[in-house]
Design a protein around this ligand. Structure first.
Ligand code: ASP
Ligand code: MG
Length: 401
């Protein structure tokens, strides 16, 4: 098999951990597999580099920033190659450039366009473990680019796609993907498998297991992903297109505290109002998530919507300062949370949503907004009840069983 393995920054934070990782790789290699590895910068290296830059220049050019940040991964690939050498496994480290990782030119948030795999393939032919620097590539000007924070996940998935790998293993410091955040709900269970779409929705679980773009990429190229612990030797969670357990409707509960709710009260009940409100927000790059519009009464109506917490102030200011919207009042609430039930099997099961509302009723939790999609139902509630809601729903849908 051809396997791509990715190890995050904390998994290679010090010499002992580098050797731990080397041993995991050696095991896979000695089982007769071809192994391509990608690693992040050690521990907090990337943050430290950002600090270093600030000491010199508050606003450095993005090109130089990428030049600097890419050094973190160069350290870890060299150290890991040395560790493998030491335990008798032939290995070679390659920078993004050497590995043929071509990106667009957007420094700091570059997207991988193509990977020229010749070099990697010839090193694999020579029976070496190939260690590729994560998070980095090269653009058409031959300049180093980086892929955005957490970008090594994306490097791993892109390598797996380009090499047609049989499996892409993402090693982290958690055991896999859980039914909900185990810190909120000790009964949370590790999921044996999950679909790409579910994974994308559950990304907000707080465990921060995978960079969103890597999951999108895995879905697009149908890469078999496994999320597993770098410390414990147990099976992790497989992320794939379809999963066996289609019966279970709800697969996980997500909570997002990074939300605020804004209400525009008593706007004229006439065509074009929603357009005015949301086009103005869009023009200023404010993303709106849930939307609720009341039915008209006496020629007036209300529009409420949710945004990310740090965009609340700007949004309120924008709407109040621009009198193209005749509203009596604009109010906001920033002590809210979004709690969602997620599951691919929900589409064909109409009772699922009402169970959620029943559970909230039983727990005396008031719902401000509701939003549904094919595989998710989200509610907006007061933040003080968010953790209780997560636990209540976890039990309601028997996720602890
Ligand atoms: N080292 C980079 C970061 O800290 C990339 C990564 O960790 O995936 O964001
Ligand atoms: Mg990192």
């Amino acid at each position: 098999m051809l396997i791509v393995q990715k190890f995050g920054g904390s998994s290679v934070a010090n010499a002992e951990r580098v050797f731990n990782v080397a041993n995991r790789i050696a095991e896979t290699y000695r089982n007769g597999n071809s192994v391509v590895v990608t690693v992040s910068a050690q521990g907090d290296t990337t943050d430290d580099l950002i600090e270093k830059a600030k000491e010199i220049n508050e606003k450095p050019s993005k090109r130089e920033m990428d030049m600097l940040l890419a050094t973190g991964e160069q350290i870890s690939i060299a150290l890991l190659a040395m560790a493998l050498e030491k335990i008798g496994v032939p290995a070679i480290s390659l920078t993004g450039w050497q590995a043929g990782v071509n990106t667009d030119s957007k420094y700091g948030i570059a997207k991988i366009k193509r990977i020229h795999t010749e070099r990697i393939l010839s090193e694999l032919d020579a029976k070496k473990v190939v260690i590729v620097a994560g998070f980095q590539g090269i653009n058409k000007y031959d300049d180093i680019t980086t892929l955005g924070r957490g970008g090594s996940d994306t490097s791993a998935v892109a390598l797996a796609a380009a090499l047609h790998a049989d499996l892409c293993q993402i090693f982290t410091d958690v055991d896999g993907v859980f039914t909900t955040d185990p810190r909120i709900c000790p009964d949370a269970k590790k999921l044996p498998e999950i679909t790409y779409d579910e994974m994308l929705e559950l990304a907000s679980l707080g465990a921060n297991v995978l960079m969103n773009r890597s999951v999108e990429l895995a879905k697009k190229y149908n890469v078999n992903l496994e999320v597993l612990s770098s410390l414990k030797k147990v099976e992790g969670t497989y992320v794939k297109e379809v999963t066996k357990v289609e019966k279970s409707n709800v697969r996980g509960i997500a909570r997002d505290n990074d939300v605020a709710m804004i209400s525009v009260l008593d706007v004229p009940d006439e065509p074009g109002i929603a357009f005015k409100v949301f086009s103005m927000l869009a023009k200023h790059n404010i993303n709106v998530d849930m939307i609720l519009q009341s039915i008209g009464r006496e020629d007036k109506k209300d529009i409420s919507f949710s945004v990310k917490s740090d965009e609340c102030e700007d949004a309120v200011k924008l709407l109040s300062e621009n009198n193209i919207i005749e509203a009596r009042k604009i109010v906001y609430k920033d002590n809210v949370s979004k709690v969602s039930i997620v599951g691919a099997g929900m589409v064909s099961n109409p009772g699922v949503a009402s169970m959620m509302f029943e559970a909230m009723y039983d727990a005396h939790i008031n719902i401000h907004m509701i939003c549904t999609s094919e595989i998710k139902v989200s509610i907006l509630i007061d933040r003080e009840y968010a953790e209780k809601a997560v636990r209540t729903l976890h039990e309601k849908y028997n996720l602890d069983k």
